[in-house]
Design a protein around this ligand. Structure first.
Ligand SMILES: NC(=O)c1ccc[n+]([C@@H]2O[C@H](COP(=O)([O-])OP(=O)(O)OC[C@H]3O[C@@H](n4cnc5c(N)ncnc54)[C@H](O)[C@@H]3O)[C@@H](O)[C@H]2O)c1
Length: 305
């Protein structure tokens, strides 16, 4: 062994000791640029079928039934003082969840949620979803938007702002706090459909410049944003395309067919049928929507094998 090499041995030993200490303190971790292992497991209801079948040839969606009692959930319901929202709030409170309603009271009424105001598990915040808000919750039910033509045409720019900026704000919140997100969309996303009945794979026939487009196109953008947050940020998103819903607390003056019939019947007036009367519509009672649609799709986990 040469004298020069012998002199270097202490430096070599010190080098080995430093590297051992470094790798012990900072263990090698997976490259964070790789897709997260949990992302592909997240599924939504309205995926196109090609996306759903790409993952595996086995049955690829496993549904774990909801309804199993767990820890009290903290839930935000935007538009919770409105017709559908207030029924949803009733049901969530009944389940034992803790509910925060965000509503700007445009078409909502405090009376719809008055019976919860003394409940410590209930909170009502007067807030416009067009402005961001920061809350810590497990789930977000995003209903805020006037639903009847009379109301959404009243201020069309505000309607589209509510649908676009409001949904963006609530999705941003969902991403930040990793909350599950339900968007209440509408059968209006099919516009003036050329296919009856409409299936989820039908893309619709929508007029982008008509007087209803603030609502139709607004909801279509809201769906797009929801899917992009799902694909891009892994947010667990559910989209419910709601058809005509009726029941207690619906506004009698909203110009929709069921409320028109009921109002005319109560006033003992003839009931008005528009057009040739051959048109068809789908109707559902509000508790069926809440209990049979909203809760099962939110409380069911969708994931791949
Ligand atoms: N009722 C139906 O038949 C039906 C059909 C299709 C879709 N939907 C959808 O379901 C949801 C609820 O509908 P609904 O019938 O209960 O309507 P609604 O008008 O009774 O309720 C909407 C609620 O959202 C609130 N809101 C509106 N803009 C807001 C804003 N910018 N910020 C905060 N709150 C705001 C209103 O004050 C109201 O409380 C809506 O998103 C609607 O598009 C309803």
């Amino acid at each position: 062994m040469s004298r020069a090499f012998r002199n270097r041995i202490p430096f070599l030993l010190v080098g080995i000791a430093i590297s051992a200490l470094f790798f012990h303190t900072f263990p090698i971790v997976a490259d964070s640029s790789e897709p997260s292992a949990t992302l592909p497991t997240r599924r939504v209801l309205l995926e196109d079928s090609s996306y759903a079948t790409k993952a595996t040839s086995k049955p690829d969606v496993v549904r774990v039934p909801g309804g199993v009692k767990g820890r009290r959930k903290r839930i935000v319901v935007t538009g919770g003082a409105g017709f559908v929202g207030s029924h949803l709030v009733d049901r969530l409170i009944e389940r034992g969840d803790s509910v925060i309603v965000i509503d700007n009271m445009f078409t909502g009424r405090k009376e719809n949620v008055l019976h919860h105001l003394r409940n410590p598990n209930f909170e009502l915040i007067r807030h416009d979803v067009v402005e961001p808000i920061l809350l810590e919750v497990d789930q977000i039910y995003h209903l805020a938007c006037p639903a009847s033509p009379v109301h959404y045409k009243y201020n069309p720019v505000k309607t589209i702002k509510t649908n676009v900026m409001g949904t963006l704000n609530m999705l941003g919140l969902a991403k930040r706090i990793n909350a599950r997100f339900l968007l209440t969309s509408t059968s209006e996303v099919y516009g003036d459909p050329l296919q009856h009945p409409q299936v989820e794979t039908y893309w619709g026939n929508v007029n982008p410049i008509g007087v209803r487009s603030c609502y139709d196109e607004g909801k279509r953008v809201a769906e797009t944003l929801s899917m992009d947050y799902h694909r891009g940020a892994g947010i667990e998103v559910r989209i419910a395309r709601i058809f005509n819903t009726y029941g207690p607390r619906m506004s009698i003056d909203d110009g929709r067919v069921v409320s028109n019939f009921v109002a005319q019947a109560l006033r003992k007036e003839p009931m008005t049928v528009y057009g040739d009367g051959k048109q068809t519509r789908s109707f559902q009672f509000v508790s069926d929507l809440v209990i049979l649609v909203f809760l099962p799709i939110v409380y069911t986990r969708y994931y791949c094998n």
